[in-house]
Design a protein around this ligand. Sequence first.
Ligand SMILES: [Zn+2]
Length: 360
Amino acid sequence: MAVKGSRSGLKMLLTALTATGAAAGLWLLIQPSQSRKVTGDSKVVGLYNATGNDCFINCIVQALASLESLLDVLRSRKSFTPLNEALEEILHLLNGQTNRTQNVNKLVLKLNYAIGRSIQRSRQQDAHEFLQCLLETLQNQPRTTQFQALKQCYKVPFPWPFIGRMRQRVTCGRCLSVSDTYFSTLSLELSLPPESISKSWNNLSLSQLLQQNASDSIEGYHCTNCSKKRRVVNGSTVEPTSCTRSLTWTHLPSILILFLQRSYYDPHRGLERNNCRINYPRKLHASDTDARSYVLKAVVVHRGSPSFGHYSCYRTALGSWWLTSDSQTRKVSMSSVLDQSQKVCILFYERESFIAGVDP
Ligand SMILES: [Zn+2]
């Protein structure tokens, strides 16, 4: 299965949402996960690749099945929408006692209905775009009476573990005035350094990549403060200047999704893939001001070019790490999970405070 070309590399793309924040009080309504009874021959079940192109869906569904705080939320609002119910059902099967290979047909059917168009399974697709579509639809779709009543009761949005909030601060390079904007995010898209530069580094860590994406300089900035001052003095307009832009977490999500943008456009060769090595840790601190750490729960990798290849997913289940590639699944070591530095596309981290069991 192949991945289609993505957008040009922005420094960091935030998924702005109208929703704001999760409600801690509502977690009280959520029952803890029911863990699966593990036996010697227990095995994570796979997902059929019914169309030959389904790996962009299968890898995401397997990754989501590893996220305990998501499983709890889905279970607590199971009957809210058919899409919510279908996702809860397939994730339950992937974490259940069955040994039979499953499929994503029902989930895709309900998603198609919710968004009013068809996910093209016969065409090359991007796993991250599918993930964004699924999460945004789940986040925004609930319209049932039960959901509205609960929302009204608490006067706050229903907790959705992927939502984080960030502040973007722009500082004028001339007058040093500051302008703040606040965003909600479902995932962070991180641009990679050019491959030609990164080869000489050899060991770029995920923390370094996050730092690089958290600030940059922009030319051609039109500062309103400079303009106001100039008008007061002599009424003339002000030339654009440079500014610095920095991003800071104001609310960290329970589940942190990091998307590494490996596709870029070369004017001579067209769409290319950046194979820069990014070393990611099992435990991650996403903010200097928050001591709580995240634990790695799933890794989506892509082998191939920007226009053709195959997605698979390393995920936690049954107290171990597993490689799931459509219907094929096998137990793997932690070191092999962390050894995908050139192929990693999407990382799923979960806050330690939300993880009930013992991590593999
Ligand atoms: Zn200014």
